[in-house]
Design a protein around this ligand. Structure first.
Ligand code: PLP
Length: 393
């Protein structure tokens, strides 16, 4: 057999997602890409800040020797030092460069953390709906994903998390602001989560790690404050990237930050560097690492995403859609008017509107709209959204 049986199964399981993407591609061919309204991908449409191009031009004209060589697996000390200072300024903690590992995006960061901490059979609790790739990442290292429900407003359901904790629980993986719901977890619920994990860690005699995936931490609306897990629980990792807030997803740059007071910090940090290497990443891209110290305080203009959110939500609201207003990210996760979200998404497809069924995120009865698209796309898709809702009412 050419492909491993595990990958064959994964391909089969995700075949309907693939099929929908293929159908979308066919529609683009048939009707022209400008007549297909593609809300299926979280690929930011806003260009990176102009500064990115300027720094890149400067870096590529630097003829100093060694610019493109390998460096320590955790990344350049200068870059990690800059990240450590940045994190120290926004948290009540002091970080050193040793607490930071530069990675190939947040996806690389999550994989490196999971490989470092998981033994086969270890369980990772993930509140649903969630970013669908987590299943694969946990499985990569023989771990078992345990999804738990969230509250109707998508805030954390701590009793659901508590019910699933057992002696095999190695980590809880959260994502705030959340893809696909747009939920931003509040400080109080994170404090309670920290207390819960602390209690069970003591009972087990081993830490249950908290991993917070935060690539959307700067994409927050209405003056809402982002709350960090670092201020509530010391057995914690933050994984993040510059894919979404600086619009650099193709450049694959992110980092892991380890809580400076984590109990087994030294061996964990050694493990992270080792796993960055043996997963084949070796190190994060050198040029991108050199650029990061200049970009830590920056982001694209979030006002532009807020305008898109407000415009989309106003249109869908008057068409009769029901949804929780996203507090962050560029995703909206409305309810489908029928239980079968795949059927509903197919009806939208008939109007050349491409979205993703909630079932793919562990959130059936919903669908995800990625509104990181041109304003014109939202405007021209609106009559189609209204017609489909009308059909089901
Ligand atoms: C919640 C979440 N985590 C991680 C990632 C991966 O991001 P990156 O491009 O930084 O690897 C994404 C990408 O869409 C995401 O939505």
């Amino acid at each position: 057999m050419s492909v491993s049986s595990k990958i064959r199964t994964s391909i089969q399981k995700s075949s309907w997602v693939r099929k929908m993407f293929e159908e979308g591609a066919d529609r683009k061919k048939k009707y022209g890409p400008e007549n297909v309204f593609d809300f299926s991908l979280g690929n930011p449409n806003i260009e990176p800040p102009a500064k990115v191009g300027e720094i890149l031009r400067e870096l590529t004209s630097n003829n100093e020797s060694g610019m493109h060589r390998y460096m320590p697996n955790a990344g350049f000390v200068k870059t990690r030092d800059a990240v450590a200072h940045y994190l120290g300024d926004i948290n009540d903690l002091s970080f050193g460069p040793e607490d930071i590992v530069m990675t190939v995006g947040a996806a690389g960061a999550i994989n490196v953390v999971l490989k470092t901490i998981l033994n086969p059979g270890d369980e990772v609790i993930i509140p649903a709906p969630y970013f669908m790739e987590y299943n694969f990442y946990v499985d990569n290292y023989g771990g078992i994903t345990k999804t738990v429900t969230t509250n109707p407003d998508f805030s954390l359901d701590l009793s659901a998390i508590e019910r699933d904790i057992n002696s095999n629980t190695k980590a809880v993986l959260i994502n705030t602001p959340n893809n696909p719901t747009g939920k931003v977890y509040r400080e109080e619920e994170l404090i309670q989560l920290g207390k819960l994990l602390d209690r069970y860690s003591k009972r087990h005699g081993e830490p249950i790690y908290l991993i917070s995936d935060e690539p959307y931490s700067k994409i927050i609306y209405n003056g809402l404050k982002f709350s960090s897990i670092f201020n509530v629980y010391k057995e914690s990792f933050v994984v993040t990237s510059f894919s979404k807030d600086i619009s650099l997803p193709g450049e694959r740059i992110g980092y892991i930050a380890v809580h400076p007071r984590m109990a087994d910090k030294d061996i964990i940090i050694e493990g992270l560097g080792m796993c960055n290497r043996i997963l084949g990443f070796v190190n994060a891209p050198a040029l991108m690492q050199r650029m990061i110290p200049f970009l830590l305080e920056d982001s694209v203009d979030m006002g532009l995403y807020r305008q898109k959110r407000d415009f989309l939500c106003a249109g869908l609201d008057s068409a009769g859609y029901r949804f929780a207003m996203p507090e962050g990210t560029f995703y909206l996760f409305p309810e489908t008017p029928v239980p079968d979200d795949v059927e509903f998404v197919r009806s939208l497809q008939e109007e050349n509107i491409l979205t993703v069924p909630g079932a793919g995120f562990g959130g059936p009865g919903h669908f995800r709209i990625a509104f990181c698209v041109e304003n014109d796309t939202i405007e021209r898709a609106m009559p189609g959204f209204a017609r489909v809702m009308e059909k089901y009412r």
